[in-house]
Design a protein. Structure first.
Length: 270
């Protein structure tokens, strides 16, 4: 559903890195500034200018249709003490706080409150994120549609029915950008080790990772098929892949990486 067809007031609590990315996405997608309220005690200069330019209120005038929680998990309880009373019986609470379960959020609100728990990732800052979202049984189709539109302003959205999948999702897409950045870092370092000047190695690695990512984004082909298409039998790519796919393989290492991140996500959940 497009923003211009959305009907609803939004209260964003926290406009830091991810909250700010969502706010910019909403305005760019056409959500009316008059339907938004943003509580952020220490906004960055860019966000402060955005709030002033669009005359966005710091508090909603009435119970919002969706209250978006974008504050750090460790201060969530303190923040909710102050803002939970602003929710009404029809308010849906959309949380993007890592590690905070739907039940732990619901405990701060009236019984029967609609809760959506979402896990976005860093590329949301440029509108190319992927967010997994879980809705409890109290979320109506209308509120789910509005939450979906809010999240889609920052990229793709995947709805899940089992909240326990959030830990694995956090390990794959939530932490995943750091894995990709480290791949670019390691590829550049390997180029230097092979004799390239450092600045050239970084330029090549950066453009290779971002270009391959964009090709993967645009192509209907699977990652494995794209890999096969660039690999000539007996060629240089095949020689390199023989190392990555040997023992220990990149696949095995990545499985261990995701398992470790998922395990830590479960440990931090409350």
């Amino acid at each position: 559903m497009s923003a211009d067809k959305q009907q609803g007031s939004i209260f964003l609590v926290g406009a830091g890195r991810m909250g700010g990315a969502l706010l910019r996405g909403w305005l760019a997608a056409g959500f009316p500034a008059g339907s938004l309220a943003v509580a952020e005690p220490h906004p960055a200069a860019e966000i402060a200018a955005l709030l002033k330019e669009n005359a966005i209120r710091p508090r909603p005038e009435a119970a919002p249709d969706v209250m978006v929680l974008a504050v750090k998990p460790q201060i969530m309880n303190e923040v909710l003490t102050g803002i939970a009373p602003l929710a009404g019986p029809e308010t849906a609470v959309l949380s993007i706080a890592a590690g905070r379960t739907a039940a732990s959020i619901a405990a701060h609100f009236a019984p029967g409150t609609a809760i959506v728990r979402a896990m976005p990732n860093l590329p949301a800052e440029i509108g190319r994120g992927i967010t997994a979202a879980f809705a409890n049984a109290q979320v109506s189709a209308t509120r789910r549609s509005l939450c979906d539109a809010l999240l889609r302003a920052a990229g793709e959205v995947a709805w899940i029915e089992d909240e326990s999948l959030i830990d694995a999702i956090t390990a794959v897409s939530g932490s995943g950008p750091a894995y990709v950045f480290h791949l670019a870092e390691c590829l550049a370092d390997a180029g230097v080790a092979a004799g390239l000047p450092a600045d050239l190695a970084v330029q090549l690695a950066r453009a290779t990772v971002t270009g391959a990512g964009e090709l993967l984004h645009r192509s209907p082909l699977s990652p494995s098929k794209l890999r096969e298409n660039v690999t000539s039998p007996g060629g240089t790519t095949a020689a390199g892949l023989s190392v990555l796919m040997g023992e220990p393989s990149l696949k095995a290492l990545m499985q261990e990486t995701v398992a470790a991140a998922a395990r830590r996500s479960r440990e931090l959940s409350c």
